[in-house]
Every structure is written in C-alpha cells, then in structure tokens.
Design a protein around this ligand. Structure first.
Ligand SMILES: Nc1nc2c(ncn2[C@@H]2O[C@H](COP(=O)(O)OP(=O)(O)OP(=O)(O)O)[C@@H](O)[C@H]2O)c(=O)[nH]1
Ligand SMILES: [Mg+2]
Length: 452
C-alpha cells in the first residue's frame, strides 16, 4: 500500500522541490487512502459475535465517511487472533475468493494488526489490506483544517507508519534520492526512518509551541475566573449541535464521524447569571488509536483541566452503555477521569416512551435532551450551573447604585445567593472567587450589616 499512502512533497507552486537542502525537515506528505471498493472483516475474539457485529457496523460508517463503497462484510469467531495472519490461513483463502469475485480493491480489518500480520494477509489475499487504525487516521487527515490539527494528525500518521515502514519505503526513498540525503552504505530504509524521525521531532516541537499559545489564552480565562465546561462524547453524539444551540457558534455539524477536530470555545451565561466557557472538542470512538490520543494530547488536556465534563451520549444508538464505556476509557487515558461529569442522553426526539424509560433505567441520573429541538436544554443548563464548583469565599456587600458594573460582575463571576434593593444601593450575598472578592472588599458588610 506504499503508493497509496505516501506521495511526493510539493512546494507552494505544486512543483516537486528537487533542490531542497538536505537538512530541511520537509513534510512527509501522506496521501489520503484511495479507498473505493472494500470488504470489511471483523473478528469476535472473545466469542461475542454481537459485539463484533456492532463494531463492524461502525467500521462500515468509518469506511463510508472515508468515501468507500462497502461490498461485503465478514465476521469471524476465533478463540484468539492468528499470530501470522490475524484471521488464519483458511479464512484468508475465503477472503481472497470473495475479494476476487466482488472485484474489491481493499480489505479493511476491524482491529489493529501488527505490521507482519498486515503484510502476510496482503500476500494471501492479493489486495490492499488496511486496519481500523489506518482508516481512522485517514479520516482525521481528511477532516483536519487548522495548522495544529494537521500537525497532530501528521504526527499520529508518522508514528503509525514508522514500525510499518518495511515494504513502504520505495516512494519515500524517491523523496530522499537525488537530494543528497543518502550517505554511503546506508540502506534506503535507514534514510526513510531518519527522515520520518526528524519530521516527528519537528512536529512535536511545533505542537508544544502551539500549545503554549493556547496556554496563554487559557490563563487569561482563568484569571477572569470563569469556570470551564468541556463537551465530550462519542463521535456524532451531537456535541457541536449542542454548542451551536447554546451559543450560535456555527460549528460544522454533519451526520458523519469526526466532523470536529479543532476545539471551539464560547462563553455563556448560565441560569442564576454566572458565566462559564463551553468547549466543543474532538469526538471519541471505541478502539481509538493510541497514536491519535498521544498526538491530540494538548487538545485533550483542556478536557482534563475543565471544571466540569458534560458527557453527551447518542441515545438513538443501539449500545449507549458501550459508548459511555469507550468515552470514559479515553477520559481516563488523558487524565480527565477525576473531573466531575454530567451524563446527558442526546437525540431523545428520536425515541419513543418505551425506549426513554428503558434508557432512564440503564443510565440512571442522566439528563435527557434533544440538541436538535431544544427539549431539556434549559434543564441541563440549570444542572450545569449547580454542578460547577462553587467559588470559595462567601460574603455580603452593599453596592451603591452607581456601581452597577460590580453588580454585573458579581453575577458573572460569582454565585449570587441573595439580592435586595435598599435605599443606599444593592445588597448582595454571594460566593466569590478571590479576584472578585478583592474587588468587592471596599463594599463588604460586617456581621451587623454595616460597611466595614
Ligand atoms: N435527531 C437528532 N439529531 C441530532 C441531535 N443532535 C445532533 N443530531 C445530529 O447528529 C449528527 C451529528 O451531530 P454533531 O453535532 O455533528 O455531532 P458531534 O458530536 O459534534 O460529532 P463529531 O464532531 O463528528 O464527533 C448531525 O447529523 C446532527 O444533526 C438531536 O438531538 N436529535
Ligand atoms: Mg462535532
């Protein structure tokens, strides 16, 4: 599959750059997999054929999102994967026959195969064989738009590629050849590996710089002491739809997997007047490639730093429990397991009463909403307002009528417990974060109700 994944790097004008200096770390461009006519293969390793079938259904959606036409689906039950070919020689022959009869060009395996397994299977089946990981990486590559997103995806692809370089080297080496990168006695593969490693180092460095920029922005939000809510969930659960409904953010919403890769943050006023930032971020999936989690670390750290995670579940999917577990596994991996979570069943407009009642039993305590129709959204916001950490200091102030700005700020940044209009101004009892408490200090009342 070499020629399908790797392509020559071109300069801004689209022409190859044969005279680039040897030390320049140019992108190793990974062309999108040209998937056309595919056969999908799933393996029920622990005997649960039903789970394997659901997983392959999802693989079908992934393949279609990547632009492929699915010709056939095979699910096999095995006690354990075959060390050499993953599915075993007999099944491989059956697969080869199906591929030939259907005129398929690619086989997509539902699990991550070792480099050796992929190679053996490719030889036996006589078609391109890729795994779920390569497919997910390809979709991410197609959907990445920002500089950070593109760098993150490229980093994940190169990390995936590096151990699989054998047999892929040819076109990469074409890049190296002729530009003086090859020292005497070096094999083509060593040159390729070195180029990829250098590029990986550069991408890591770039990503650290980009994360630093984001840090500055976040710190300014933290200084304003606005609590942060992270919208997380399985891909296609409706996270962007919800952010759009709440804020008119205009994030792209589509019925496809991984529409969103770049985070979007909007500030909102919650019931009670307190403000919070809401961030819509990349969605998760079962068997999310580790290379992607690693590459998106800085984006996902935002989730770990949030004050509250709002975890959206697509209630219309056949296996909400499985999706919840997959999302929690990723949250755990990125260090966000300890952040308080509000579980939300979305798309309840698609459910009848019976299914609603069943889900309420299955996921007790989950809020039920429809981001599409707005049902339940006000209630969810009220829940979020009460679940946000309460600011630390409780105090009572008397704000003169010409300090309406401080009354506004008290509502925005603090949690207002009571207000009363009296002759001298507005009496406010509230919990306030440190900066707000400091600003209010001159107006603070002592226990007897006098300004101190
Ligand atoms: N019926 C119904 N459809 C919804 C609802 N919320 C979202 N959708 C649809 O579900 C699909 C996915 O919505 P998105 O908001 O893009 O989902 P997401 O979680 O941001 O997905 P990714 O960014 O791809 O991970 C779109 O077709 C939406 O129109 C809902 O409450 N009811
Ligand atoms: Mg989205």
């Amino acid at each position: 599959m070499t020629e399908h994944l790797l392509t020559e790097t071109r300069g801004a004008g689209g022409a190859p750059q044969p005279t680039a200096p040897a030390e320049e770390v140019r992108p190793v461009e990974l062309r999108k997999l040209r998937l056309e006519r595919v056969v999908l293969v799933g393996v029920a390793v622990d005997g649960s054929v039903e789970a394997a079938e659901r997983s392959v259904d999802e693989l079908r959606r992934l393949a279609e999102t990547a632009g492929a036409e699915v010709l056939d689906v095979m699910v096999q039950r095995r006690p354990r994967p075959d060390a050499g070919t993953f599915i075993g020689k007999g099944k491989a022959r059956e697969l080869a026959a199906a591929v030939e009869a259907l005129g398929a060009d690619t086989v997509v395996m539902d699990d991550e195969l070792s480099p050796g397994q992929l190679r053996h299977l490719e030889e036996l089946v006589d078609a391109k064989v890729i795994d779920r990981t390569a497919l997910i990486l390809d979709i991410f590559a197609q959907h990445a738009t920002s500089r950070e997103g593109k760098s993150q995806v490229e980093l994940a692809q190169l990390n995936y590629l590096l151990p699989r370089l054998r047999g892929w080297g040819e076109s990469l080496t074409r890049l190296g050849a002729g530009i003086g990168t090859r020292g005497p006695g070096e094999t083509k593969m060593e040159v390729d590996r070195r180029r990829i490693r250098r590029r990986i180092t550069k991408l890591r460095r770039d990503l650290v710089d980009l994360a630093r920029t984001r840090d500055v922005k976040r710190r300014s939000r933290e200084r304003a002491e606005v609590p942060a809510v992270a919208l997380v969930g399985y891909t296609n659960a409706g996270k962007s739809t919800l952010l759009n409904r709440l804020s008119g953010a205009g994030v792209l919403v589509e019925d496809r997997l991984f529409s969103t890769l770049d985070p979007t943050t909007r500030r909102l006023d919650l019931p009670g007047g307190r403000a919070a930032t809401f961030t819509d971020t990349v969605g998760f999936i079962a068997k999310l490639p580790h290379d992607l989690v690693e590459a998106f670390k800085s984006t996902l750290e935002e989730v770990a730093r949030a004050d509250l995670v709002v975890h959206l579940v697509d209630a219309a999917q056949p296996d909400p429990d499985g999706q919840v577990a997959a999302v929690r596994a990723v949250l755990d991996e990125v260090g966000a397991a300890e952040v308080p979570e509000v579980l939300v069943l979305n798309k309840v407009d698609l459910l009848d009463e019976v299914s609603r009642a069943r889900l309420a039993r299955q996921l007790p305590g989950a809020a039920m909403i429809s981001a599409a129709t707005g049902e339940g959204v006000d209630g969810l916001l009220a829940t979020i307002a009460t679940r946000l950490p309460r600011p630390p200091v409780e105090l009572e102030v008397l704000l003169p009528y010409d300090r309406g700005d401080l009354v506004d700020r008290a509502h925005r940044e603090g949690a207002v417990l009571a207000t009363e209009h009296v002759a001298e101004g507005t009496r406010v009892r509230l919990r306030a974060p440190a900066a707000l408490a400091h600003a209010l200090e001159p107006y603070r009342l002592d226990g007897a109700g006098r300004v101190k």
